[in-house]
Design a protein. Sequence first.
Length: 131
Amino acid sequence: MTSLLLHPQLSDCRRIFIEDLEVQASIGFHEFERQARQRVKITVALFVPIQASYSNRDDVQDTLDYDKLREGIASLAASRHFNLQETLIDEVLSFCLELSAVRAATVRTEKPDVYPDCKTVGIESIRFAQA
């Protein structure tokens, strides 16, 4: 997804990301998925203008705090049952785009343990902030 930095709306941005955040989530529409939480990997990339992600003081107060991003995503994923990964992604995208100065975000979710015959099953989406 780094090629998104070539998009005209993102050419002055940095890509801030969290890769493979593992959470235990209640997700899936199959009966066996409703019985217990399962491991979900979430990867998020935020595109933030360089000016808004730079600190002359070298102080996190001036930038996007990764801890708040990570905690917010984990909290959202654990907040309720999701039938679909698409619904979880849409809610994570909305959360990310509410953060200060985020111009666009991508979210990828994976359920690596749901099927024994494949490595993972997942979804990926991108959304731009409203101008």
